[in-house]
Structures are given as structure tokens and as C-alpha cells.
Design a protein around this ligand. Structure first.
Ligand code: PLP
Length: 443
């Protein structure tokens, strides 16, 4: 195990370049990139994810032994819902089986129906697209802002048609969308706003948490997430009657709260319920989430400031009065500042230096799921040929998104759980690759 300190690396690099001017020099193994036969900037491991603590086990065992595993036979899911609503600052929360099911419930309850259109960010996990497609609606993509990675509010209005029913901004990577102009557009055109906050637990925008900025917010607690329980999700909102309808829909359409009438099944529904064990795992991790969020934010601020000094590396711009929570830490990589080194080779070089990172989302709308939908019998009944053709053609207009897909390098959230010196390792590795980019490219 060894660590090359940032200071040491910079010193040796400076000595190396001074010596170069004076004549031939011997480049130390540490200065040499691993891909050229050198030794890595870092051999220490990064924090593992997810983390389990033995102190959480008694409560889980209690539930297992009670046999009261589903939400109908205990109060742990409700207990979590109260705690999570308080955390996000909303009046209500409904726990669900996953983030995808949370989105699907919201689609149904906010009236997204077959043949409607929903404006959504293209740079997102595929579940955002799927929740719209499974509602038999058209996901209409507004372009991505290449500086923020989120939906460009200025590209929304021109995409509204008489079928548009909702906007789904996605706070991707925990980066809050610029919600003020989005909400203004929604109000003007009478559209619902469903926040996909599945990666944005505790992110804030103008004094309110993501998930409390639109009509309804959706969260995921899947294994990789900052608040994980294997699979799980939640809906947050402030309107009792809407939240009661969400409850009904997620529980097979059974009447609930203000939706209770004379007839039990007054509405269609599905089973999207969370289990008691999942809720208990979540409740016990809330304090950890708060502490780790602060650590990630501190490290991300430091890392962003350091990387802004590196030519060709562009960290994310966060809207004013907003705080990101960094489910991933993305940068845009400009290969021209790295002797034209292709992005995949840059990632390979960083990985070999002991720095985990990978590509962002690709242009998923060309993968086949959209074509499959719009060529299906159902969609052909619901939309005119002319609309489907114009829609398909419009996928080529997403220039900002294409750029973001082509240039994103993303670091996992676990690297942000380290110390300041760990952030220096990332900066040092990038500097080392930049200095040797010409040779790495040739290798
Ligand atoms: C942006 C986004 N939306 C939706 C989802 C769906 O959540 P789940 O995987 O819990 O169904 C995820 C999960 O990865 C996500 O990242």
C-alpha cells in the first residue's frame, strides 16, 4: 500500500520537467502511468457500498420472528413514511416497492393516460423513460444542458403539444434541476410536475428539498443508492387527496383516507407496497445518510475547485441557491486538452491508477425501446403517423444530450466518502495522465 501525495507528485513532476530541460532524465516509476509500465497513484481501496451494521440487526430479526412481514400487519412502513416526509419537508410520504413503481403510481394518479405526452430529461436512468412508456404515453425529450447535466428549461416550452400532460425533471446524479422556470412553464400550461428525485435524497433548491418542488417527488432506495434497502422507493407530496389516491393505487385500488367511499374498489390499482423489513432498514440508516451527505458535499466542493484548474476537465455547474448530493460525481472530458486521448482510454488510464470511474448514460433513445413502442399496435392506435414520425425525427435534435453522453466521465459516490487527500489522488491521477497523454495515446 502506498500513496503518492499530491505535493510529492507535483514536486517530482516539476523536478522532472526542470531536468528535462537540462538533459536526459530517468522518469521514476511513480511518475510513469501504469499503462506505460509505471506504478499507480493509488493502491488503497475506496469505501465499500452498501454498508451493513450489526447494531441494525435486532430490529430486523424481531420482524422476521413476528411473521408480520407486510405493511398491512405492522407499523414500520408507516413509521418510515413519517420520518421520510419530515426529512424531505413534505406533508406526506408513501413508501413503494421501488423508484420505478413510485413513478408509475404518480403517472396514474396525476392523470397521465394512454395517448398523452410527458416532457422528460433524456439524460437519466432508463426507468424514467419506462414509467412514461408503460403508461402508454410518449416520452418527449427536452435537451440536456451540457453545463448542468439536467433538463434545459429553455427547451421545454417548444415541445409542448395539446397532448402534453406532465413534465418530469430528473435531478440526475443528485444535481438539482433549475425548478423555478420549469414550474412557471408547468403553471402556464396547466401541466403536472413529477420530480424524478430517485438519485437526489436531501438535495436542495432555493431552500426546499428535491421531492418537495413539484406536485409529487419520487425516490429510489435500490441497493446502490445513498439510502439503500435492496429495492424500495417513495413518493413525497403535500396534497392529501393526491397522496390518498397514490395510497389506493399502490394497494390494489383499495379505498384509503379521503378516497374512502362506499365501495372498496372505487379505482383501478396495482400492488406496489414496501415490506416491513425494507422500511426498518431505511429508518435505521437515516442519520447515516445525513452525515454522509455532508461529507460528500464537502469533498465534492473541494474536488470541483481543484478540477476547475485542470484544462479539459469540466465539473458540473449547480444552479444558484442549490446543493447537489452527488450520487455520482460527473465531469465533462475534453480530449483536445489530453492530446486527443479517447475518453475510453482516459477512463482505462484512470482506473489503472486506482481511480474508479466510468462513462455516463448513452443515447438510450436509439437503443430500441422507443422504436418498439412507437411501432406497436397500441401506439399506432393512439398517435397519428405524422406525430410518430415527427417525434422519431426529433430524437436527432438532442445536441446537448449527445455532447453530454459523449464526454461524461463519472466517479462513484463512494470516492466522495473519503478524505481530502483521497480527492487529491483523483486530481493527481488526472494530472499524471494529462502530462503523459501523448504517449498513452500511442501505446
Ligand atoms: C433517475 C432514476 N429514476 C428512476 C429509478 C428507478 O428506481 P428503481 O431502480 O428503484 O426502480 C432510478 C434508479 O436507479 C434512477 O436512478
Amino acid at each position: 500500500m502506498h500513496r503518492v501525495s499530491r505535493r510529492h507528485f507535483m514536486q517530482t513532476a516539476a523536478v522532472g520537467s526542470a531536468a528535462l530541460a537540462a538533459g536526459p532524465t530517468v522518469v521514476s516509476a511513480r511518475e510513469k502511468p501504469v499503462l506505460l509500465g509505471g506504478t499507480p497513484v493509488r493502491t488503497q481501496s475506496w469505501p465499500k457500498w452498501p454498508e451493513w451494521r450489526r447494531e441494525w440487526e435486532p430490529k430486523i430479526l424481531e420482524i422476521l420472528r413476528s411473521g408480520r412481514w407486510w405493511r398491512g400487519r405492522g407499523d414500520h412502513v408507516e413509521e418510515f413514511e413519517k420520518a421520510y416526509a419530515e426529512l424531505i419537508g413534505t406533508k406526506r410520504c408513501l413508501a413503494t416497492a421501488s423508484g420505478t413503481t413510485a413513478l408509475l403510481v404518480c403517472m396514474h394518479v396525476l392523470g397521465v393516460d394512454a395517448g398523452d405526452e410527458v416532457i422528460v430529461s433524456p439524460f437519466t436512468f432508463i426507468a424514467s423513460y419506462n414509467s412514461i412508456l408503460l403508461s402508454k404515453a410518449l416520452p418527449v425529450f427536452a435537451d440536456t444542458d451540457p453545463e448542468t447535466w439536467t433538463i434545459n428549461p429553455q427547451d421545454i416550452e417548444s415541445r409542448i403539444t395539446d397532448r402534453t400532460k406532465a413534465i418530469m425533471p430528473v435531478h440526475i446524479y443528485g444535481l438539482p434541476c433549475d425548478m423555478q422556470p420549469i414550474n412557471t412553464i408547468a403553471k402556464t400550461h396547466n401541466l403536472a410536475v413529477i420530480e424524478d428525485a430517485c438519485q437526489a435524497w436531501l438535495a436542495e433548491y432555493q431552500g426546499a428539498k428535491c421531492g418537495n418542488l413539484g406536485d409529487l417527488g419520487c425516490f429510489s432506495f435500490q441497493n446502490s443508492k445513498h439510502l439503500p434497502t435492496g429495492e424500495g422507493g417513495a413518493i413525497t407530496g403535500n396534497d392529501d387527496s393526491i397522496m390518498d389516491r397514490c395510497h389506493s393505487f399502490h394497494n390494489c385500488g383499495r379505498a384509503y383516507g379521503s378516497s374512502s367511499g362506499e365501495r372498496q374498489y372505487f379505482t383501478r390499482g396495482s400492488n406496489r407496497r414496501m415490506q416491513q423489513i425494507q422500511a426498518t432498514m431505511l429508518i435505521q440508516q437515516i442519520d447515516k445518510l445525513k452525515k454522509e451527505t455532508a461529507t460528500r458535499q464537502q469533498n465534492a466542493d473541494y474536488l470541483s475547485a481543484q478540477l476547475r484548474n485542470v484544462a479539459g476537465i469540466q465539473p458540473a455547474k449547480v444552479p444558484e441557491n442549490a446543493t447537489a448530493v452527488w450520487h455520482l460525481f460527473p465531469v465533462r472530458y475534453h480530449s483536445e486538452s489530453f492530446s486527443g486521448l479517447p475518453i475510453d482510454k482516459f477512463i482505462q488510464a484512470l482506473n489503472s491508477e486506482g481511480i474508479p470511474c466510468g462513462r455516463g448514460y448513452h443515447e438510450q433513445y436509439f437503443d430500441g425501446l422507443i422504436d418498439e413502442a412507437i411501432n406497436s399496435r397500441g401506439y399506432k392506435r393512439l398517435f397519428s403517423d405524422q406525430r410518430l414520425k415527427a417525434y422519431r425525427d426529433s430524437l436527432n435534435d438532442l445536441k446537448g444530450n449527445k455532447l453530454v453522453c459523449e464526454t461524461t466521465v463519472a466517479f462513484p459516490q463512494t470516492v466522495l466518502l473519503g478524505k481530502k487527500e483521497d480527492m487529491d489522488d483523483i486530481v493527481d491521477a488526472i494530472a499524471k495522465i494529462q502530462k503523459n497523454s501523448d504517449e498513452i495515446k500511442k501505446a
